[in-house]
Design a protein around this ligand. Structure first.
Ligand SMILES: NC(=O)CC[C@H](N)C(=O)O
Length: 336
């Protein structure tokens, strides 16, 4: 007599679009294809191996290329993930997503999901119709990971290219290659290999069930924009954002978030109007230290610590749903 098969976990796949759901004109089309074409049921059907990894079912949340991701979709997604994970018969959630803003959605959910159950975000760099498409293996790995005991309590995870990255720290580093997702310097958490996750390190910042953020009753987020730093920088973009009602501004500054002499008065004016100013860096790794090249105590600015500008924007939006106190906001940047 055959042994009874092990009980499979229940994993829900929330589809949002992207290249993983993309189709091209031919098997060699890897540029100039259409993202967000294939619906979630068809995507699941096209990877029959998923049935060996979990009991899967899909929901189409939106069908977009992720450069068009919005705060509204994030709120909808976070609420749906929380509803699903509160159910006894759901063990984990996979989100299929375009790669351009995976790192942002991953951090947003890392701060707003209220569960220890696994949440795994996955995408692909080649469309579903391409030779050696990476979507099917990435999706298979994501479902295995979301159904695994090992992923419980580790925060929102991102898997592509057989690697597992932490939602807080992962970033897209190459415009087109399949190994684009990296956690610069700090390193990824582990591998997907031989049908299971292998973890070697853990994120230490607070996430998911441990955070103070609750989006369940929110239907919008405060306007926070990013101003990019460069030589010969001028204040036009900053002033336009403030005039357009930005409540917070993140500077993706040069170096360690230093501020051009001609920009300091402009940021100071923004702060005097109540805008929260966060200094981040365009460099891609490292700490933006408080009272380094700018006297943040005197200017009443906040520093992003190691968050890149797009992730600092997310934390600032969520922080401002709780407080406008820059000391408390700064503490959040050292906590999450
Ligand atoms: N590889 C991708 O997923 C990129 C496709 C598209 N720009 C998106 O982010 O959705």
């Amino acid at each position: 007599e055959e042994a009874a098969p092990a009980k499979l976990p229940n994993v829900v796949i929330l589809a949002t679009g992207g290249t993983i759901a993309g189709t091209g004109a031919s098997t060699t089309t890897t540029i100039g294809y259409t993202a967000a074409k294939v619906g979630v049921d068809k995507m699941i059907e096209s990877v029959p191996e998923l049935k060996k990894a979990a009991n899967v079912r899909g929901e189409q949340v939106v069908q977009i290329a992720s450069e068009s991701m919005t705060n509204d979709v994030w709120l909808k997604l976070a609420k749906r993930v929380n509803e699903l994970l509160a159910q006894k018969d759901v063990d984990g959630v996979v989100i299929t997503h375009g790669t351009d803003t995976i790192e942002e959605t991953a951090y947003f959910l890392d701060l707003t999901v209220k569960s220890k159950k696994p949440v795994v975000i996955v995408g692909s760099m080649r469309p579903s119709t391409a030779i050696s498409a990476d979507g099917p293996i990435n999706l298979y790995n994501a479902v295995l990971l979301a159904g695994s005991k090992e992923a419980v309590g580790k925060g929102v995870l991102v898997t592509l290219n057989d690697q597992i990255n932490a939602g807080r720290d992962v970033t897209k580093t190459n415009t087109s290659t399949a190994d684009t997702f990296k956690t610069p310097e700090l390193g990824f958490l582990g591998y997907m290999q031989d049908n299971k996750p292998h973890f070697y390190r853990l994120p230490v910042r607070k996430h998911t069930a441990e955070t103070e953020f609750d989006v369940s009753k929110l239907d919008k987020l405060p306007q926070v924009d990013i101003v990019y730093g460069y030589a010969n920088m001028n204040r036009v973009a900053l002033d336009a954002d403030v005039a357009a009602g930005a409540k917070g501004i993140v500077q993706a500054g040069v170096g360690d978030g230093s501020m051009a002499a001609q920009m300091l008065p402009a940021f100071r004016e923004a702060r005097q109007k109540g805008v929260i100013v966060v200094r981040s860096s365009r460099v891609g790794s490292g700490i933006v230290a408080r009272n380094g090249e700018v006297n943040d105590d005197k200017e009443d600015f906040v520093v992003s610590d190691t968050l890149n500008a797009q992730k600092a924007r997310i934390l600032l939006m969520l922080a401002m749903t709780k407080t406008n106190d820059t000391k408390k906001i700064q503490q959040m940047f050292y906590t999450y």
